[in-house]
Design a protein around this ligand. Sequence first.
Ligand SMILES: Nc1ncnc2c1ncn2[C@@H]1O[C@H](COP(=O)(O)OP(=O)(O)OP(=O)(O)O)[C@@H](O)[C@H]1O
Ligand SMILES: [Mg+2]
Length: 337
Amino acid sequence: MKRGSAASDDADSEFDSPRTVASIARSLEAAGHSVHCVEANAELPQWFLTHQVDLAFNIAEGLYGAHRESQVPAILESLQVPCTGSHSITLALALDKAKTKQILASDGIPTPPWQLFSTATAALDARLEFPLIVKPNREGSSKGIWRESVVGDEDTLRRQVRRILEQYRQEALVEEFIDGKELTVGVLGPEALPVLEIDFSACRRSGEYFYSWHMKEFQGDAARGLMPQLHCPARLEPATARRVQAVALRAHRVLGCSDFSRTDIRLRADGTPMVLEVNPLPGLSPWDSNFPAMTQAAGLSHDALIQRIVELAMSRSRHQTTASGASLDRVLQEGVR
Ligand SMILES: Nc1ncnc2c1ncn2[C@@H]1O[C@H](COP(=O)(O)OP(=O)(O)OP(=O)(O)O)[C@@H](O)[C@H]1O
Ligand SMILES: [Mg+2]
């Protein structure tokens, strides 16, 4: 399903494949639940009004608007249907990178210095140091992030800002480019998972050198030279790894994430973990998502990961509502596409 805003190659990049949806359904069934897949479209509210379920396993990215990831959980909250993962407010917030960074910074969590552009002619904050990276403020899956997004001078910067404003019809987030290790950290329940390092040094031939849209979309494509090496646990001193995990846990908590999240980090040369963004709805594909790579390194099978998310959500819902005596015999999974 197309969202309609950016009629470009990356328009569908955020949506889960039918294969991923099926794999999550299989894991739920393996745990003894009966599963109904519900498309996250305009008919979803009606479905929930006419069916009783114990839990919704949410993977809906949402279709329209600046707060799209929050819409399905907001509907479920209003219908009092327990749901896995974060609440609507966290999902809406985390989709807005600049607002997320304001909250991180106000809590003392390091994040690259930034400026938000809503016109291509706004004065550039003189404190920002090149190279800078220009990204859409409210996308995921590296949509709108290309090799050319990293800029070394003001003319090129303005060209890229204009491109984001026109093509993605939203503000352009300009950040200092942190030239350090690429790390991502999952949080599951109260704990941080082993840090995952993504090393792009084997991709030089492709011309891509960070987690651009091309890198993610064609990851593993040897012919294109897009074979980043994943290391989990990351190749870090134990003290550094603990610092990185602590930052991810703080980011998870300050944004009010529930059950699980994935925080993307670049390690600055002085060892400071700089938080790029927080993903309260990270991909769960057993084949190509980074969150399951971290749970696997922690010794959890994919089935166990899905079951753990269900347990965390059910335990939250038991604490939030009066005892309903709900059994877990009907668990609902809904997705898009
Ligand atoms: N300030 C930065 N310094 C260095 N690299 C950056 C910076 N911002 C983004 N990047 C690179 O671009 C990638 C994508 O950026 P970011 O995580 O902000 O986008 P996203 O589309 O929300 O990603 P996701 O697929 O995780 O939702 C990062 O993983 C990193 O490789
Ligand atoms: Mg990211």
